[in-house]
Design a protein. Structure first.
Ligand SMILES: *Cc1c(COP(=O)(O)O)cnc(C)c1O
Length: 232
């Protein structure tokens, strides 16, 4: 199947999951995760109507950004872990950083966004499974609390919501409790009405479990393999 056919199939499955959950599919953004795929594949997805893309490495995207700068209304998200020393490059290249997992990174990104003369949309990444190998802040950690409290100081960041990558399970249903947990964390933060904290975005769900994520109120699903094929 072509990239265009894959996108249309994924969109159909999102729509069906949204119907099951009584949701409006217009609330759900399909992000194409294009890491490891060349610029031509991204161009093909863009031609098929995709506008939001996720890349996980600053260096890898830098080369593609040059080749794709004519796609003016495409939106680029960094979805992988970011080292603080690459914050400036990331702020220059991306529209959004979806994996903020420390106060230090938020501080650096705010300074970097200021220098680049832009506002950066960001998500806080939560490590719902508590896996040592995964990035993200722990659900009830001081670090999360400090990020939430720090927001008023970072006027170049728009904290728009939460993102997570749950532990992998062969059965997509295995992701459901983690998606639910992320939603509950969002609800608790929303109730507190904190200054400069928006909780409109819930980024969760990948190729194997995005339908479950939609049922659990995802507003953004990050799909790589089911659109572009297996990564090499
Ligand atoms: C690679 C990646 C995805 C996409 O994974 P697929 O299983 O290929 O859909 C989504 N989110 C993050 C953070 C990723 O690194």
């Amino acid at each position: 199947m072509s990239i265009a056919e894959n996108i249309s199939c994924v969109r159909g499955r999102i729509a069906a999951a949204a119907r099951r959950a009584g949701r409006n599919q217009a609330e759900i953004t399909l992000m194409g995760v294009s890491k490891t795929f060349p610029a031509e594949c991204i161009r093909e997805a863009y031609a098929a109507g995709l506008r939001v893309f996720g890349e996980n490495r600053v260096q890898e995207y830098a080369a593609k950004a040059l080749a794709l700068r004519d796609l003016r209304d495409a939106e680029w998200h960094l979805i992988g872990h970011l080292q603080t020393n690459k914050a400036l490059k990331a702020a220059e290249l991306f529209d959004a950083v979806d994996a903020v997992d420390s106060v230090k990174l938020a501080e650096r990104l705010n300074a970097a966004a200021e220098k680049s003369g832009k506002t950066l949309a960001v998500l806080i990444e939560i490590n719902v499974g508590g896996e040592a190998a995964k990035s993200g802040v722990a659900p009830d950690s001081d670090e999360l609390e400090q990020i939430l409290q720090g927001a008023p100081q970072w006027d170049k960041l728009r904290i728009r919501g939460l993102m997570t990558v749950p532990p992998y399970t062969d059965d997509a249903e295995g992701s459901r409790p983690y998606f639910r947990q992320l939603r509950q964390i969002r609800d608790r933060i929303t109730e507190r009405v904190l200054p400069r904290i928006e909780m409109a975005v819930l980024s969760m769900g990948m190729s194997h479990d995005f339908e479950i994520a939609v049922e659990e109120e995802a507003t953004c699903v990050r799909v790589g393999t089911a659109i572009f094929g297996s990564r090499r």
